[in-house]
Write a protein that binds this ligand. Sequence first.
Ligand code: C5P
Length: 285
Amino acid sequence: MTTSWPAPAKLNLFLYITGRRADGYHNLQTLFQFLDYGDTVGITVTDNGQIQLQTPVTGVPEEENLLVRAGHLLYDYAVRQNRIAPSCGVLLSIDKKLPMGGGLGGGSSDAATVLVALNALWQANLTEDELAALGLQLGADVPVFVRGHAAFAEGIGEKLTPANPIEKWYLVIHPGVSIPTPVIFTDPELPRNTPLRSLETLLKCEFKNDCEVIARKRFGEVDRALSWLLEYAPSRLTGTGACVYAEFNTETEARQVLEQAPQWLQGFVAKGQNLSPLLRSLRGI
Ligand code: C5P
């Protein structure tokens, strides 16, 4: 039997870079919220001890595919700990809606969904902490998707404090370019020394993203998309881009702006969610 699991998008409602670590990674202060929009992962449990992929992605070797890597990571850990039989296997598939290099956390969310759903289906009984630690090995953004609650993140994104930002409506625009995360993080002009502030203070300030200035400078498409959105509502970059989003109090307002978008702007409207669709599925709500 195949079951379907949501892998929602995230937005960074704000993102500040507060320093660079010796290993080159950047310390951040960011606020994550999920969207009721994303990919769907199909999972069929098998008994052949293999992690198989039904929907290969052109240009991505199977061993690099995050779905497969998440499956192997959980399998190896759970077998080593005698939590599952070595004969446990899985056939994975994906219905992809989230763009790569979009700043919506698509790959990280797909990986988290595999970890969380397989843990339940294989009855491996790993704790949320164990799953988040495994997830961190796949990417800095994976733990927040594993835990499934909107959160204020610090460190490289792994120190999470649950938060409850207002669940607004968003118009998310994909400017038609893909931005590899390292392109932004290695730019010499990236602001890297924003002072550390408490969440309480940050919530009172206007929300900003330190990566935005670099994404706009290096990618004309991002600059044009954001300039267009800013005519209508407060708007920002998410993550390291390329997507930008505008916030609204109602779905109607967001849809009205989308209807006026020129052809070169592709977008969707979604609602912010503090409890992730993945966690809702897991809890059956
Ligand atoms: O975590 P992820 O693998 O998606 O990050 C991709 C790259 O982005 C890292 O290899 C690193 O160069 C950069 N990065 C960073 N600081 C972070 C997250 C990512 O410098 N907090």
